[in-house]
Design a protein around this ligand. Structure first.
Ligand code: NI
Length: 175
């Protein structure tokens, strides 16, 4: 069990395109287990490997209700193969502190991915589940949900975040 540090915007690793997984080995199993621990601890409904500084196409998701048993979904090298409809809803991200905003996403998607043994499969997702998958796949492409907001909203957030980091630096200097 390992809870890892979640990188926050503007960490450059969050902007890198993640590499495809080619080795389905013990190392991958350990990565997934650490990612799940980190996601549940946060707590969050999804986590992509670049968020813990591993630039690989690995995503963990669990959208099961809090009072029900965990249902971990692991997606390796995930790809959206079809998309349709529109949905707009509030989104946040463990790497984007202190911000939630309405984001436009596809309503229904078909996804191709592999499991941790390297067996690939396809499935359909809609609504909230489809939203989380699109958000996490964005992470694998170096995209954050703030990139999907208006230029003004994004600029405001960048400014706020810059101030916050300066403040943190100052506070650390005082100690
Ligand atoms: Ni996120």
């Amino acid at each position: 069990m390992a809870i890892l540090e979640i990188l926050k915007y503007p960490s450059p690793v969050l902007r890198k395109k993640a590499e495809k997984v080619t080795e389905f080995d013990e190392k991958l199993r350990r990565l997934i287990s650490d990612m799940a621990d980190t996601m549940y601890d946060a707590p969050g409904v999804g986590l992509a490997a670049p968020q813990i500084a591993v630039s690989q196409q690995v995503v963990v998701i669990d959208i099961s209700p809090k009072d029900e048993e965990n249902e971990l979904i692991v997606l390796i090298n995930p790809e959206i193969i079809t998309e349709e409809g529109r949905q707009v809803d509030e989104e946040g991200c463990l790497s984007v502190v202190d911000l939630t905003a309405k984001v436009k996403r596809f309503a229904r998607i078909k996804v191709k991915a592999c499991d941790l043994e390297g067996n690939c499969f396809e499935f359909e997702a809609e609504e909230w589940f489809a939203r989380v998958i699109q958000h996490e796949i964005d992470h694998l492409n170096g995209i954050l949900f703030i990139d999907r907001l208006s230029t003004l909203k994004r600029a405001l957030y960048k400014k706020k975040r810059k101030k916050q980091l300066q403040q943190e630096k100052q506070d650390a200097g005082k100690k």
